[in-house]
Design a protein around this ligand. Structure first.
Ligand code: CA
Length: 525
């Protein structure tokens, strides 16, 4: 067997270039695989034992995987705007999901008004790549404004479906009622979007392409594909009962006085705190176990989708000329949505309202705790990446724009992606890029709890959260306290001062919009 192999190798060496290789002038393709509301802990490779994600796990382990990657916001639209522009949501003044949350009398402050769509004057990532000759295709969720602010007006030549909102119109089971996406009885949305993405890869195999596959899943409605739901039903039935409380309480960290962890844990045993609604002391429940069979099925369908994309690239001989990036737009929905503040979730409907658990992280989608903003991220850069390694350098979705430009050999656009830094060196195994800190700004009340609006900064191992109702700050050392349970603000006043100044200076620098008092404020009972 050895001799023919050597001969074959010599024969290849004699050729001017491998026959299957693309011309040197052709830049690599880019697949950006963005999922919606997938938490940091929702993949096997990030520690889930209930959700099964073999395709993603295998690929992540053969990529550069980030342990401390963040979404630019804990809700959808700001993160997506930031990925597309390389700017912080605060600088874009696109700081809430679109069209945004209305005001309610329990709020001490009025919500800032988010910009209603991605600004046309931005040169988006898709536009930058299109200018370089890339085919650009957007498949799935947009959520950056209604027409005429759709993907086609922001650099994409193709979009499927024609639907701009942040959720699937009629859910995940056909009929989808989505223009531009046909369906047959029994079809499942994640699968159908993948079919279309695979066709797009086929059609554009001979030119560089940017495929932005932006799944609606696993955002609610929490609806798994039937065969996978049956699989997880059986898995749940044979699983040992989970340890620890199924839910914990979270209050408003900016209340005067705020409830301590011990006080919250004591109250959850009290009769007055039964049920799933906004509870006394403005508390809400946060799910602590991953045991949602519908959600697990949604996640595994995403895994299948990813596997099909990778298999298609391999079948077309494009694996070694395609950069693949996987990430999520915010943390897992482990808190119910109180867009209607009087909502009561019936015990039989818990799985529709509480998708997953972000443990060991605190909080949920809609919160500035790690559970709201820390997300999976891995990048495969063929021929260049230090694949098989993990990086604990804090990075953010805002970085993807300059990272992709550098990886495809395009010049940086420093006046555009002003807040992102290229991670290309880091992906190659080099040192962390220079940057003082990461910042978040959310001048809005959240659908997923009664916490005060606020902002946050992470510098090194430390993270400071500052709330806008009463200016309370919390300080955590994430290296020692990933779950953000031990507030160091009183113990380390000097660090609080330094990080607060850094955060305030940054807000001034990006012209962050601050909140005004709510003239209709009426204290909740
Ligand atoms: Ca989202």
């Amino acid at each position: 067997m050895r001799i023919p192999l050597i001969l074959a190798s010599l024969a290849l060496l004699a050729l001017p270039a491998p026959l299957h290789a693309a011309p040197a002038s052709r830049p690599p393709n880019v697949v950006l695989f963005l999922v919606d509301d997938l938490g940091w802990r929702d993949l096997g490779v990030y520690g889930s034992t209930f959700h099964e994600t073999p395709q993603l796990d295998r690929f992540a382990r053969a990529s550069v995987r980030f342990t401390d990657a963040y979404a630019p916001c804990h809700v959808c639209s700001p993160t997506r705007a930031s990925i597309s522009t390389g700017k912080y949501p605060a600088r874009l003044q696109l700081t809430d999901w679109l069209p945004g949350r209305r005001d309610f009398p329990f709020q001490r402050l009025k919500n800032a008004t988010p910009r209603p769509h991605l600004p046309f004057e931005e040169t988006t990532l898709a536009e930058a790549l299109k200018d370089r000759g890339y085919a650009t295709g957007h498949f799935g969720k947009w959520h950056l404004g209604e027409d005429p602010s759709g993907p086609l007006q922001h650099g994409f030549e193709v979009r499927v479906p024609h639907w701009n909102k942040g959720w699937p119109n009629a859910g995940y089971h056909a009929p989808f009622k989505l223009d531009g996406l046909s369906d047959a009885p029994g079809d499942y949305l994640t699968d159908r979007l993948t079919d279309e993405a695979l066709k797009y890869i086929e059609q554009n195999r001979s030119r560089p392409f940017f495929l932005y596959l932006s799944h609606f899943a696993p955002h609610d409605p929490i609806q798994g594909r039937a065969d996978l739901v049956r699989k997880y039903q059986a898995k749940l039935e044979r699983s040992a009962p989970a340890k620890g409380l199924p839910f914990v309480l979270e209050g408003n960290p900016d209340a005067k006085p705020a409830l301590s962890r011990a006080e919250l844990d004591a109250r959850i045993k009290d009769e007055a705190y039964r049920g799933f609604r906004v509870l006394p002391d403005q508390t809400v429940k946060i799910k602590q176990h991953q045991d949602n069979i519908q959600f697990a099925a949604m996640v595994e369908a995403v895994d299948e989708s990813f596997g099909r994309v990778i298999a298609k690239l391999e079948a077309l001989g494009l694996s070694e000329s395609t950069i693949v990036i996987f990430t999520s737009d915010n943390g897992g929905m482990s808190a119910a949505n109180f867009g209607r503040p009087d909502r009561v979730v019936a015990p039989a409907a818990l799985d529709a309202a509480f998708a997953t658990s972000n443990l060991p992280l605190r909080g949920a989608k809609g919160w500035l705790y790690e559970g709201g903003i820390r997300v999976p991220l891995f990048i495969r850069w063929p021929g260049r990446g230090a694949h098989g390694t993990a990086s604990s350098v804090p990075v953010i979705g805002t970085d993807l724009y300059p990272t992709i430009l550098e990886m495809v050999g395009a010049p940086a656009l420093p006046t555009q992606h002003v807040d992102g830094v290229s991670l290309a060196g880091l992906v190659r195994g080099g040192p962390a890029p220079e940057r003082s800190a990461l910042f978040w700004h959310f001048p809005h009340y959240s659908n997923h709890g009664r916490q005060s609006p606020g902002g946050a900064v992470r510098q090194g191992d430390y993270k400071l959260l500052e709330y806008f109702e009463n200016n309370t700050v919390q300080l955590f050392n994430l290296r020692d306290d990933l779950g953000e349970q031990h507030d160091l603000a009183r113990e380390q006043p000097e660090r609080v001062r330094q990080l607060t100044t850094l955060l305030h200076d940054w807000r001034r620098q990006v012209s962050a919009v601050m909140m005004e008092p709510n003239p209709n404020f009426k204290a909740a009972p």
